[in-house]
Design a protein around this ligand. Structure first.
Ligand code: SAH
Length: 501
């Protein structure tokens, strides 16, 4: 059977500016074909087995030619794959989405298109400029400023006669041609102009001037492409509406598994931080082998289950369902968990934890659980393959304990360049470590070169994580009093507020 190609608009850069539909399709993609300027965090949202094909330009290299992109999409669809073609902004706004779509449909491939938020509107918006406003502009017009492929240049006579806002994409290198052309065709040289570079990202910079002087301002402020140039009186609104550049938010790097980063990102947004995702570990549930399924299904023979992480709960119940297990068989089982978040996930499944130690560390769980156990008890600990044995050793002093390894933690060293770029470009204010494995992941991904962490504030969620940090040469700048994501956020909030005094 032939596959299908989804042409999806990824939005202008800000991770949150993709449609829900686009995100759902990315999360089920078998092949992802993507361009430059796509937020990397979207790429992390693809399933682990998804084949990722980059077709954009790399610094000195050239992009994959359009006919090869078309051919790649076609071949992957012929293989029966579910292909996501992810494009910056909207696929049909100077995005060649039309060309790719027609090529595929002509060859009998099913195509579906998901629009995206185009940079031509979102860029001005994030610079505090509404493209229309009843007092200033009743239309807006979007042009390409790149004429390499065009036979004709811009018709400045026509353009200068338009009353609305003028937006130019791909025009950074041709700014002088555009401003001179407009002035030459009679547009007032004092018309306001804004040039917005890397719009909607943390690197966004906006230069404001007039048709007469904008070039000089852009040069002074050292703006770089990609950039949008906008001409029109609406630029005046920026004085009031520049919410994004004025937000003064601190950014926080999230290193945990991509699928778990959402929960942390949401909490950070609520607390007025900017989350930046660069997953350095990946949680992989172990293959549901007959042995593992049998071990999990045997859980009804235990009197206690100990969960040490939200992952443990999720992976365990997924395996239990696969094993054909029935929740009613667990009526007599008691649950001990480490951490509020673990308890919450367990409660969502429908089991109230029987024991949560005050301190969210495994020693506290072991010591607190010990008096509740007798020699007749049996304890199952479904958890990560990399966890240490201390917890098991302590509980085994009382009764039999089975350590069931249900998931692996893989270190994503392939994210090194993204990580280095984030840390080197001063894009990050805080690096919280929410587990010992994120510490190990980061240090390994950086090849032990932790110099770049000097510029950021590191945060330890708890004593085990801190111990790992110290061992690998990182002294935490902040420590969470409560060993939870909330505790980490509290620590950062306390610090950033005291900085303002
Ligand atoms: N389909 C895209 C546009 C592709 S053309 C969209 O709808 O946004 C590429 C041009 O878009 C760049 O040369 C630049 O002018 C503009 N652009 C895209 N993303 C941008 C961003 N984040 N900041 C500024 N300009 C951007």
């Amino acid at each position: 059977m032939k596959g299908k190609v989804y042409l999806i608009g990824a939005g202008p850069g800000d991770y949150g500016l993709i449609t829900l539909k686009g995100m759902q399709l990315i999360e089920t993609a078998e092949v992802l074909v993507y361009d430059r300027l796509i937020n990397e965090n979207l790429i992390y949202r693809t399933p682990a087995h998804c084949e990722k094909i980059y077709v954009g330009k790399q610094a000195a290299n050239h992009a994959m030619p359009q006919d090869r992109i078309n051919e790649t999409l076609y071949q992957k669809a012929l293989e029966g794959k579910n292909v996501v073609r992810l494009k910056g902004g909207d696929p049909y706004v100077f995005g060649r989405g039309g060309e790719e779509g027609i090529y595929l449909v002509e060859r009998g491939i099913d195509v579906e298109v998901v629009p995206g938020i185009t940079s031509s509107i979102a860029g001005p918006c994030y610079a505090g400029i509404p493209v229309t406003h009843r007092d200033w502009a009743s239309s807006f017009h979007v042009f390409t400023g790149n004429f390499k492929d065009e036979v004709r240049g811009l018709n400045f006579e026509n353009i200068a006669s338009l009353e609305g806002t003028l937006v130019f994409l791909m025009g950074f290198g041709n700014l002088s041609y555009i401003t001179k052309g407009l002035i030459g065709a009679g547009k007032d040289a004092s018309t306001p102009v804004a040039v917005i570079s890397s719009a909607t990202t943390r690197r966004q910079k906006t230069a404001v001037g007039t048709l007469a002087d904008i070039e000089k301002v852009v040069e002074e402020q050292q703006l770089k492409p990609p950039a949008i140039s906008l001409v029109g009186d609406v630029v005046r609104c920026r004085e009031y509406l520049n919410f994004f550049e004025n937000r003064g938010k601190k950014s926080v790097l999230i290193l945990r598994d991509a699928r778990q980063s959402d929960i942390f990102a949401k909490k950070l947004i609520q607390a007025d931080f900017d989350p930046v995702v660069c997953p350095i570990i990946e949680i992989e549930q172990r293959e549901a082998s007959p042995e593992l399924l049998a071990a999990v299904k045997g859980v009804a023979d235990y009197s206690w289950i100990v969960f040490t992480s939200p992952n443990g709960v999720k992976s365990f119940f997924e395996l239990y369902r696969k094993s054909g297990g029935d929740l009613r068989a667990l009526g007599h089982v008691r649950f001990a968990v480490i951490g509020k978040a673990t308890g919450e996930i367990l409660s969502e499944i429908g089991f109230k934890p029987d024991f949560i130690p005050e301190k969210q560390v495994s020693d506290a769980l072991a010591e607190g659980l010990k008096p509740l156990l007798g020699a007749e008890d049996r304890v199952m600990v479904p958890r990560s393959a990399i966890a240490n044995n201390r917890l098991i050793d302590i509980l085994e002093e009382i009764c039999p304990v089975d350590d069931i390894k249900i998931y692996d933690t893989r270190i994503r060293t392939e994210n090194e360049s993204h990580l280095r770029a984030l840390l080197a470009n001063d894009e990050i204010d805080y690096v919280p470590f929410t587990s010992a494995s994120t510490v190990e992941g980061l240090v390994r991904a950086l090849n032990g070169d932790i110099e770049c962490l000097k510029k950021v504030k590191t945060v330890a969620i708890g004593p085990i994580t801190e111990k790992k940090m110290l061992k690998l040469g990182i002294t935490p700048d902040l420590r969470a009093a409560d060993h939870s994501l909330e505790g980490v956020i509290e620590a950062m909030k306390g610090e950033s507020e005291s900085n303002d005094d």
